[in-house]
Design a protein around this ligand. Structure first.
Ligand SMILES: NC(=O)C1=CN([C@@H]2O[C@H](COP(=O)(O)OP(=O)(O)OC[C@H]3O[C@@H](n4cnc5c(N)ncnc54)[C@H](OP(=O)(O)O)[C@@H]3O)[C@@H](O)[C@H]2O)C=CC1
Ligand SMILES: O=C([O-])CC(=O)C(=O)O
Length: 457
């Protein structure tokens, strides 16, 4: 057991000591397989050479019975401590151990592992999110998951630290942790891609520069998803400016379904629900049908016209239009900035919660009559919003990962005018990144007066 601590970058170091403490086994079709089957081309730490090996089959990982003792096969070690059978493999530490189960210990059934790729995995948001994913609270307590974590040269050590914390958490549903710095390798076979990593806007940096720098990251990641991910991958872009980053990723992934690309506006929806609940003196749960329209920026439109409290129209319950227009709306739009002023950094925990909510909204049926907000591909929308942008709108899901637009929201002049402003901003952002989405004649002329991110005041 003591050997559990000695994990960094070394599968072999943990293998022998983890029989009772670890609950991870690898089986294929009920037969024990070698961890060599897991090998894929990634870098797991300094001194480890990248070698290309492809998985030869779907691998499911399940918890062994604790009643009978299992034996553990310890991979042979190379000079640098990495198991021979793991050479070039991307698995991390205890997640590389292969257990040789006896007949009675083999599980009868298990769900296919859901593979989740996360970029910016050593960042603040991921630090909250990964543990929610691994605990089962997002995909369910009977759903094994694999985490493929994308870092960079900058974050190589930090990424190993994150993987070590995941090891030490003994999550029974967490069947693989793979780390790497090559997007194509890390996105291999991903069912979900949570794209969180992005360069933060620094002092004096022009918005156009941020769009360009981050746009290049998302162009590259879109291409990598196109090549490597599951063709049904669901992509949730969090890194700002998330709507335009999501559009760039989508445009660089022509073989993927554009409808599977989302920009995170669920945090804004949650913030709006909180403010409405507070004003009405009700519990959050009684606030429903809240749409965030538009961009995840200060032009976003939190819709109080269609929102409900206890099933009644918010405008009838709160009866304070001045507050709704002049306090509620800017408070939601600028909540990110207000939080940065207090906290000294941008929302991380509540963002992770909202990512979990956004995923759950796609994998569980939307309650009758309700909806959720997501930045989705605008083609075919019935609200007259420009096509070919990522625009936050009201969505419903049957729970199979897909979504459909709610088409019958009321849009009055007040809403229309504000929605138009956010639409104009997104169209302008798109022109700034024309060179990254295969379009000619781009120029960057962003509307004056507004800040681009909720975190900027
Ligand atoms: N949509 C939403 O509702 C919200 C979005 N956000 C956005 O999410 C993103 C991540 O936030 P958070 O996790 O707090 O940020 P952190 O700064 O903690 O982490 C961000 C990660 O981005 C990666 N990164 C990618 N490119 C660069 C670069 N050029 N320079 C520096 N770092 C880079 C880094 O990882 P590595 O080195 O491994 O690449 C870093 O770990 C930000 O863009 C933020 O604005 C935040 C809150 C809400
Ligand atoms: O601007 C930021 O980085 C933070 C942000 O998106 C938010 O809090 O909504």
């Amino acid at each position: 057991m003591a050997a559990m601590a000695a994990v960094a970058g070394s599968a072999a170091a943990v293998a022998a000591g983890s029989v009772n403490g670890s609950v991870f086994v690898k089986v294929e079709g009920g037969n024990v397989i070698s961890s060599a089957f897991l090998g894929r081309k990634v870098v797991v730490g300094a001194g480890v050479k990248a070698v290309s090996q492809r998985r030869r089959g779907v691998v499911a990982y399940v918890a062994p019975s604790t009643t009978e003792k299992s034996t553990v096969s310890e991979p042979e070690k190379t000079a640098n401590g990495v198991a021979e059978s793991q050479k070039g493999g991307q698995c991390f530490g205890v997640f590389c151990v292969t257990y040789d189960l006896k007949e009675g210990e083999r599980p009868k059934t298990w769900k296919k592992t859901v593979r989740i790729a996360v970029s910016g995995a050593a960042g603040m948001i991921a630090n909250h999110l990964l543990f929610k994913l691994a605990s089962g609270e997002v995909f369910g307590q009977d759903q094994p998951i694999a985490l493929n974590l994308l870092g960079s040269e900058r974050s190589r050590d930090a990424l190993e630290g994150v993987a070590m914390e995941l090891e030490d958490s003994l999550f029974p549903l967490l069947r693989e942790v793979n780390i790497g710095i090559d997007a194509e390798e890390v996105f291999q076979d991903a069912d979900w891609a949570l794209l969180i990593g992005a360069k933060p806007r620094g002092p004096g940096m022009e918005r156009a520069d941020l769009l360009d720098i981050n746009g290049q990251i998302f162009a590259q990641q879109g291409k990598a998803l196109d090549k490597a991910a599951s063709k049904d991958v669901k992509v949730l872009v969090v890194g700002n400016p998330c709507n335009t980053n999501a559009l760039i990723a989508l445009k660089n992934a022509p073989s993927l379904n554009p409808l599977n690309f989302h920009a995170l506006t669920r945090l804004d929806e949650n913030r709006a629900k909180c403010q409405l609940a507070l004003k009405a003196g009700v519990f959050y749960d009684n606030v429903s049908n809240v749409t965030i329209w538009g961009n995840h920026s200060t032009t976003q439109v939190p819709d109080f016209l269609n929102a409900k409290i206890h099933g009644a129209r918010v405008v009838d319950v709160i009866q304070d239009e001045k507050w709704l227009k002049e306090e509620f709306t800017p408070r939601v739009q600028k909540r990110g900035g207000a939080l940065i002023q207090k906290w000294g950094r941008s929302s991380a925990a509540s963002t992770a919660v909202s990512i979990a909510d956004a995923i759950k909204s796609l994998i569980t049926p939307t309650p009758e009559g309700d909806w959720f907000s997501s930045g989705v591909y605008s083609n075919g929308n019935p609200y007259g919003i420009a096509e070919d942008i990522i625009f936050s709108m009201p969505c419903r899901s049957t729970g199979d990962g897909s979504w459909e637009l709610v088409t019958d929201c009321e849009v009055d002049d007040y809403l229309r005018e504000r929605i138009k402003k956010s639409e104009d901003e997104l169209v302008a952002e798109k022109k700034c990144v024309a060179h990254l989405i295969g379009q000619d004649n781009g120029y960057c002329d962003l509307p004056e007066g507004d800040t681009m991110l909720p975190g900027e005041l």
